[in-house]
Design a binder for this molecule. Structure first.
Ligand code: PLP
Length: 388
């Protein structure tokens, strides 16, 4: 029987697992008659802050707004420069430009695939106000080094944690290192809602106070705007659903890491590059991304075996038509550009069935023995000549 293709993500499968408590949460909100910024949002803000061990969480409409509001709250204004990476979702850069600030790109480290702090000093100008490291794919960026550069130069740090719920550095959750941190709860994230949702977390009570105002027209008290703000509120329904799923985040992350370990094991002794294990960090395995030199053939092989693959992302931000040729730092991103020739995303999420994990692992092994045989055919005539 023809097997169905294994999807790259399956948020529906996850929701089916939680259907009963999600319906109960839905009914509770429905009956409450209060749908915006009420008990569920406050409870989720408390629970998410407690999970991360930070004192303040502010629920907002989505992860892009969370970044933009966090940057505004730390004092970034129109015309200020913000250093980030081009190896990220476009949302990171869109958030910087949303508040009129100017993105600048730093290259990445080839192992972690995150911002390389060694490049930061050369990019800092008199207009620089903040750094946005991205914990891409769930791999924490080197926060100790980034915070040290920021401190030396008087810059603020806003962590982009949209892909890294539950990832840690030296046992501490990402989101607790910067002046503020932004989370997205887009449905496919490690902690996902049933629509758009986001949050900012911070250790600083003054920033938290500003963020509560900024997300709702600058109000501390209803209808009195103390500063210009916007509407980016987390709604009660999404907050209630996130509260249902939060207790399972850690066990789901463990499952993601087990699946990733099986794939990495299958990739041993191959030319494919698996995600690196970076000392002192725990990966959230939001996305399992390998590097393949023969990418189109590798993708065809997997797709032919009924495994959906992706590219996160098809283009780095500085290669996207909307951003090409206009962002400082774009000319010096050799590591980012090399990665974008090779990256391939494999399905890796907690609902993946054991037989799917086995099938993907076996297919990776078959690919590597096939490419080894191909390599032998190519190299053997030359080897023979050398022997003669
Ligand atoms: C790295 C990164 N930053 C920011 C965002 C923005 O989140 P949202 O889609 O909730 O606006 C995303 C989500 O796709 C992301 O992956």
């Amino acid at each position: 029987m023809q097997r169905e293709s294994i999807p790259l993500a399956d948020p529906g499968a996850q929701m089916r697992l939680y259907e009963e408590p999600v319906r109960a949460a839905f009914d509770r909100v429905l009956r409450s008659g209060r749908y915006i910024l009420d008990n569920e949002v406050q409870a989720f803000e408390r629970e998410w802050a407690a999970y991360l061990c930070v004192p303040h969480c502010i629920g907002v409409g989505n992860g892009t707004d969370a970044l933009a509001l966090a940057l505004q709250a730390v004092g970034v204004q129109a015309g200020h420069e913000v250093i980030t990476v081009s190896h990220t979702a476009v949302a990171t850069v869109a958030a910087i430009e949303q508040i009129g600030a100017v993105p600048v790109f730093a290259d990445i480290d080839p192992r972690a695939r995150c911002m390389n702090p060694a490049h930061l000093p050369g990019l800092i100008s008199e207009n620089t106000r903040a750094i946005v490291p991205v914990h891409i794919y769930g791999q924490p960026a080197p926060m100790g080094k980034i915070m040290a550069v920021a401190k030396e130069h008087g810059l603020k740090v806003v962590e982009d944690c949209a892909q890294a719920h539950g990832a840690t550095v030296d046992g501490q959750h990402v989101g607790a290192f910067g002046d503020a941190a932004a989370f997205s709860f887009y449905p496919t994230k490690n902690l996902g809602a049933l629509g758009d949702a986001g949050a900012v977390v911070t250790n600083d009570p003054t920033l938290a106070d500003s963020l509560r105002m900024l997300r709702e027209y600058g109000w501390r008290e209803r209808y009195v705007s103390l500063m210009p703000g916007r509407n980016s509120r987390l709604d009660e329904l999404q907050a209630a659903i996130l509260r249902v799923k939060l207790p399972y985040l850690d066990s789901n992350n463990v499952r993601r890491r087990l699946i990733a370990a099986a794939f990495t094991q299958a990739l041993r002794n191959t030319t494919l590059v698996a995600p690196a294990q970076i000392e002192g960090t725990e990966h959230a395995m939001h996305l399992y991304v390998v590097e393949a030199t023969d990418r189109p053939a590798f993708e065809r092989f997997l797709n032919g075996a009924g495994i959906t693959t992706g590219r996160h992302y098809p283009l780095a931000v500085h290669q996207q038509p909307a951003y090409a040729g206009r962002i400082r730092g774009s000319q010096a991103l050799p590591i980012t550009e090399a990665l974008y020739q090779r990256l391939v995303t494999l399905p890796c999420y907690p609902e993946l069935r054991e037989e799917d994990v086995a099938h993907i692992s076996e297919t990776l092994i078959r690919w590597s023995s096939r490419s080894r045989a191909k390599q032998r055919r190519v190299t053997s005539p030359r080897a023979e000549r050398v022997i003669r």
